[in-house]
Design a protein around this ligand. Sequence first.
Ligand code: ADP
Ligand code: ZN
Length: 412
Amino acid sequence: MQEIKLRKIVGYAYRNVPFYRKRFDDAGTKPESIKSLDDLSKIPFTVKTDLRDNYPLGILAVPPNRLYCLHASSGTTGKPIVVAYTRGDLERWSKLMGRTLDITGAKKGDIVQNMYGYGLFTGGLGFHYGARAIGATILPTSVGNTKRQLMLMKDLRSTVVTSTPSYMVYLVEASRAEGYDPRTDFALRIGIFGAEPWSEESRKRIQDGFGLRAHDVYGMSELYGPGVGIECERQNGLHIWGDEFLVETINPDTGEVLEPGKEGELVFTMLSREAMPFLRYRSRDLSIVYEEECACGRCHSRIARIKGRSDDMLIVGGVNVFPSQIEHVLMNIPGLGDQYQIIVSHKELDRLAVKVEAPPESLRDPNMPKRIQEDLFAVLSIRADVELVELGTIPRSEVGKARRVIDLRPKD
Ligand code: ADP
Ligand code: ZN
């Protein structure tokens, strides 16, 4: 099935997307030469910067009037990455999301409290479509407003919850502070958490705190959104839906394809995406692929929990932040020095702080921090604490460079 789909999608991308035609021609690869899964490595990679260079919709394979919806996620500069879906794409994604919920044991009759953000971010609507696909009852609370989340969770007897893991860890404490006993006041059975790295320690805290089973879910906007991979009840690696995604691991420095079982950068080929067929898309996420059959009996291969990223992207409370985005904002504000520091910490929730050097006139300008904060918010969609400091006060390394990113979050 994968081979049939691979041959088809390669021909489709070549015929309909000038970007791919050029990539194949430049590499001297004929689409007809991709016959079996063994030929996969002949296909040139697609990378995040290809999307940026073709902003907003340069990789489209269909006329724009066939698009059913558009989503966007933050790119490495101020410009977001825009992703597009035809009606067929939306149906396929919904089915995958239905399966993603189903594998956890969620079903009709469950009340799914969806605490992922609704909007341009794919998390909210992705789980929304999935809950609809399995006939569960959806409670679209979206992000934030913790008091109301907890009240509805209790009063409506939510049984399934979806959110970033860091928010759910926070809710263990927040619910106690609000006077609830998280184990007895709520009816949660299942939790589905992703969009940022997390650990076994966090899993334990969530599971013990709420008395639910916590599943890791993986995805990214370029690959529809969430629901590329999900843990089954064994919680032993995330099954990648193999009828839609071919997964490989490569050495991020050389591009060499690695054997299953070896850690490397995950590379995905989408097998039936209509609007934007991504071939060998480099995720920058580091993991391991396992091909052995899982104890649950499913044959979709698995990946290990995401270990980290091979680029410098930070994930702050589920939101992607590239240091280059912050630099871009700061450099566009007149009257600031060129040294800055990004400090990420965690106290109940992830926090982002930006320290920037400024000459005396700017230090005296009472509106400056607010202006920086607003410009950062416009690009990142998160609030950063901004501090102006005197020129020369941010410590430099021997080569004179400031240490740009300080991540104070506990590793576990
Ligand atoms: P999403 O809507 O899934 O957050 P984005 O495109 O905004 O999509 O971000 C995708 C990135 O989020 C991934 O490349 C990965 O770095 C991170 N991510 C998503 N899910 C997980 C997960 N379960 N564990 C670790 N990182 C994750
Ligand atoms: Zn399994």
